[in-house]
Write a protein that binds this ligand. Sequence first.
Ligand SMILES: Cc1cc2nc3c(=O)[nH]c(=O)nc-3n(C[C@H](O)[C@H](O)[C@H](O)COP(=O)(O)OP(=O)(O)OC[C@H]3O[C@@H](n4cnc5c(N)ncnc54)[C@H](O)[C@@H]3O)c2cc1C
Length: 464
Amino acid sequence: MTYDVAIIGGGPGGYSAAVRAGQYGLKTAIIERQPRLGGTCLLVGCIPTKALLHTADVWDYFKDPGSQGIECQNPQLNYSKVLDRKNKIVTKHSKGVEFLMRKNKVEVIKGNARLLSGGRIEVEGAPGKQTVEAKNIILATGSEARMLPGLQPDNELILTNIEILDMPSIPKSIGIIGAGAVGVEFASIFNRFGSKVTILEMLPRVVPVEDEEISKELEKHFKKAGIRVETGARVENVRKNAKSVSLSATLTNGNKEEMEFDKLLVAVGRKPNTEAIGLENTRAQQDRGFVKVDAYQRTSEPGLYAIGDIVAGTPQLAHVATAEGMVAVGHIAGKQIRPINRNRIPGATYTDPGIGSVGLTEAQARAQGFDVKAGKFPFSANSKATILDKHEGFVKVVADATFGEILGVHIIGPEAFELISEAVTAMEAEATVESMMSTIHAHPTVYEAIGEAFNNVYGLAINI
Ligand SMILES: Cc1cc2nc3c(=O)[nH]c(=O)nc-3n(C[C@H](O)[C@H](O)[C@H](O)COP(=O)(O)OP(=O)(O)OC[C@H]3O[C@@H](n4cnc5c(N)ncnc54)[C@H](O)[C@@H]3O)c2cc1C
C-alpha cells in the first residue's frame, strides 16, 4: 500500500500532524520506535516535569500552612506516590494519543525507521523489516539530550532528563550543568523537594535566551530560595565515585573549586535525531545536524518535510513542533496555510517564579535598530499576586516608540507561562501599545499586571 503521508516519529510534532492528515482524509501512517506514543514531550519532557512542578507548588503551601491560617500537623512528601501520580498522567495521555490515532484512522507502525530513496522507508520492528511507501514523508524524529564529551548517562549518578524523572528518592544534593529551560526547571523542582541544588552554567546568565532582566530576576529568586547559581563556570574532570559524582569547576572569578554531588544532571542542550535516519539517501540539506526547511517545512528532497526539534532555526518546543506539523500537512493537502511566524512563538519556562515570553528582547530590539520604549510593572503592586503570596517578578513590554508596535513581552512571576497568551494574541492580532492600554483587564487578576505594563510604556501605570 502507498500512503499519502508517512510520518516518522510519534512526538507532539508527529502525532499532531498525523491527526490533521487524518482529518483531511489522507491515508496516513505514523512510525514510532518507542513502545508508547507521545515522544520526548509526553514521556520524558514537558508533561512529567510539569506534573512534578505542580506537586512542588502544592508542597510549597504545606511548608508554611499556618501563614494561610491552616493548621496541618507534620505534612510529609511521599515521593513514590509523587512518582506514581506523574506516571499515571503520562500513561493517561499516551493512551489518549493512541485513541486519537484510531479515531483519525492513522495506522501506527512500531519500529525504527530509515529513509530509502524514492519515497520509501525501511522499518525494522518486531515482525522484522518492512518497506513503507508514501507520496509524502514527514520527518519528526525529535531530539535527545546532548552529553559532555566522555560522559554517558548511567541511571545512578549521571543523569539526563530521562533518568532523573525516575529516581526512586529525592537526592540530598544535585549538580546541574546547564541553566537553559530544562536545567532550571529541574533545579526549581528538586530545590523545593529539599535537595541542595547547584547550577553550573558556562554562559554569563541563566535562561540565556530570555531578556537580560528576566535572567537577573530568576537568578535573584533562585539564590533566595537557596539554589547555588554559578554562571560563567567551566566544568571539567567529572569523576564517578561509589555513591557520588565529583567535578572541578572553574568559577567566573577564576577560582577552581572541587564539588561533589549525589547526582549530576547534564542539561546542556538537545541534539537532533538525524544521524541514523537515512538522510544521506535524500537531497535534504542539513546545518550541524538540523534539517533545513523552507516556509512550508519542505526539505530540498521533493515530498520530504521536516518538523519539530530536528528543524534548523526554530526553537525546540512542543508547540513549535505541532505548529510546524500543521503547516507541513496543510501544504501536502493543498490547503491555504500560513507559515510559522518565528517572531510570535511563545516561550514558557516552568520555574518558580515562572517565565513566559514572546518576541524580541530589549537587547535584540535595540540591535535591530528599533527606537525602543519599554514599560514594566512589578507583581509586588498587583493585589491578586499578594492574595496568592506570589510577589516575585514583573511584566516587561518592549515596544517601538515610533508606531507603538509591540516588539516583545517578557513576564516572570505567577503563572507567567499562562499570562503570556495575552501578549501572543495581541501580537498576532497586530495590536498596538495604545490598543492594549485601553483593553480592560478584570480585577483582581494577575493579568492586570499586563495592562499596567502596557500603560507604563508611557509612564501611565496606576498602581505604582
Ligand atoms: C525535560 C524537558 C522538558 C520540556 N518541557 C517542555 C515544555 O514544557 N514545553 C515545550 O513546549 N517543550 C518542552 N520540551 C521540549 C519538547 O519536549 C520538544 O520540543 C518536543 O518533544 C519536540 O517534539 P518532536 O515531535 O519534534 O520530537 P519528540 O517529542 O522528541 O519525538 C520524536 C519521536 O520520534 C521517535 N523517533 C526518533 N527516531 C526515530 C526513528 N528512526 N524511527 C521511528 N521513530 C523515531 C522518537 O522515539 C520520539 O518518540 C521539554 C523537553 C525536555 C527534555
